[in-house]
Write a protein that binds this ligand. Structure first.
Ligand SMILES: [Zn+2]
Length: 486
């Protein structure tokens, strides 16, 4: 077989790895989108590096857009095959891909309007305007290609290809993908009666953390001969083992009880929001959460939470234990999910202490940006950052020490609110957690080759070193476009 690394090679987005078996089957591991600011990544996304019409199937590790975001695009470009994933991944994809299409359609409209203004006298025949990669209708068509299988079931993709999903603990529905491919082994030819054997290739997708409130730790996966492994935190260790209820309670009490202000939490709609809500729910159940209103102000978070409720078996033991006496661990009496835009706007006029959790996590867009614009000059308020923010985003800029003014929606605003950060909410294991997980799952001496992907250059190279220390051999960090023969 051959593997061609078509994305997330020495970088963290655009995961795509194309397998071609000796019998001619083509299997794409993940179909991720390159993510970045505005239209910069558009060309990279359109240049797939393969013909979707010739592709047999997609094996999808999880629903994050950097792993799933180009699925509607390949369907639009002629892909006819099946997309294999877990049931929760399918449901989350329906939600997240629709949202991605909506954002693209909006971005393209804004871009085309600008182009219209800049080019009042258009040259005939020259193409000025751009089209979105795909629309919401394309997403609807793509969803018909999904075929779902539960964790730990070994199923047949083709006569000579088997696949097993193992819970990766990274996001709801996330899976380690273990393929078994029956084909010729060069070393055995001429010696054995049947020179073929099952070659075992495992793709980790993204690996979760040892401890997360709502997801289980990554589960042990079957032995493999070849491993494609992520390396997002290949050069880093997390500061905190876990986010404690006390850390969050401290910020709530300081802001909402002592200063009588509002606590704003920018948060990704899928995963992070549910984890924060769950921690607040635990504090509520223990009678420790101050009696103040809590709002999750995001239609996407509301819908995603509904999907979390549908898959208790995919969640942590802790959540299932809680559900023995509290059937809804993502809801409590003082919590309200807000979808209506008028209700969201009405929050701006409330002066009472409250907690508002809303997207986007990096403060680049969404309802939270309006809430922050309204409250950043109020010394009673706190903006609590709970995730990584890209250096150019508003979420990162407001964290600069000593910064006094910031421009939001074109207006300079004095920063008087407290800006606080809680570390520890991360979906990715650090390198120690990952190595520990790999060495517990695998007999290291039986792994013939390792390919390090999904990490920037430094992280991937550092991770290669850590894998070497753990006695893995033949470790490579492939370049984008590189093909290897196994
Ligand atoms: Zn991910």
């Amino acid at each position: 077989m051959k593997i061609q690394f078509l994305g997330a090679a020495r970088e963290v987005t655009g995961s795509k790895h194309l397998i071609t078996t000796d019998s001619g089957h083509t299997i794409l591991l993940d179909c991720g989108m390159y993510q970045g600011k505005g239209m910069e990544t558009d060309a990279a996304n359109r240049d797939l590096g393969f013909d979707p019409a010739q592709l047999d199937c997609v094996v999808l590790s999880h629903a994050h857009i950097d792993h799933s975001g180009l699925i509607p695009y390949i369907v639009k470009m002629g892909f006819k095959g099946d997309i294999y994933c877990t049931p929760a991944t399918r449901d989350l994809c329906a939600l997240m891909l629709t949202d991605t299409a909506f954002i693209q359609e909006q971005d393209v409209r804004t871009y085309n309007k600008k182009i219209d203004k800049q080019n009042p006298h258009k040259e005939k025949g020259k193409k000025y305007k751009i089209e979105p990669l795909y629309t919401q209708q394309d997403v609807n068509k793509a969803m018909k290609h999904f075929v779902t299988y539960s964790y730990d079931r070994r199923f047949r993709l083709f006569d000579d290809v088997l696949l097993t999903f193992t819970n990766s603990g990274h996001m709801l529905g996330g899976a380690i993908c273990s393929l078994e491919i029956y084909e010729k082994d060069e070393r055995m030819s001429g010696v054995e009666a049947d020179p073929k054997r099952w070659k075992r290739l495992t793709y980790t997708g993204d690996i979760g953390r040892k401890y997360c409130h709502i997801l289980p730790p990554p589960q042990l996966f079957p032995q493999c001969d070849y491993l494609i492994c992520e390396s997002t935190y290949g050069d880093r260790l997390h500061d905190e083992a876990e986010v404690t209820e006390e850390q969050l309670l401290g910020v709530v009490e300081d802001t909402c009880v002592y200063r009588k202000g509002q606590l704003l939490i920018p948060s990704f709609s899928v995963g992070r929001t549910q984890e924060i809500v769950y921690v607040l729910n635990q504090l509520y159940n223990d009678g420790r959460l101050p009696h103040i209103p809590v709002y999750v102000d995001s239609p996407m978070s509301t819908n995603a939470t509904q999907i979390f409720r549908m898959y208790p078996d995919d969640l942590s033991d802790e959540v299932r234990d809680t559900m023995q006496f509290d059937p809804d661990p993502f809801g409590f009496n003082t919590l309200r999910y807000i979808t209506d835009i008028r209700e969201s706007k009405a929050l701006n006029h409330k002066d009472e202490p409250c907690i508002i959790i809303s997207a986007s996590g990096m403060l680049e867009a969404g309802r939270i940006k309006h809430h922050v614009a309204n409250h950043i000059s109020d010394p009673r308020c706190t903006i609590l950052i709970v995730g990584y923010c890209e250096p150019t985003t508003l979420g990162a800029r407001i964290q600069q020490p000593g910064l006094q003014w910031i421009s939001i929606f074109g207006l300079d605003r004095k920063i008087k609110a407290q800006i606080t950060k809680i570390e520890g909410f991360s979906g990715h294991g650090d390198y120690k957690e990952m190595i520990d997980y790999l060495t517990r799952s695998l007999s290291v001496d039986k792994v013939k080759r390792v390919f390090v992907v999904h990490g920037d250059e430094n992280a991937a190279e550092a991770y290669k070193g850590h894998l070497h220390e753990a006695e893995f051999k033949n470790i490579e960090v492939p370049e984008k476009g590189e093909t290897v023969e196994l």
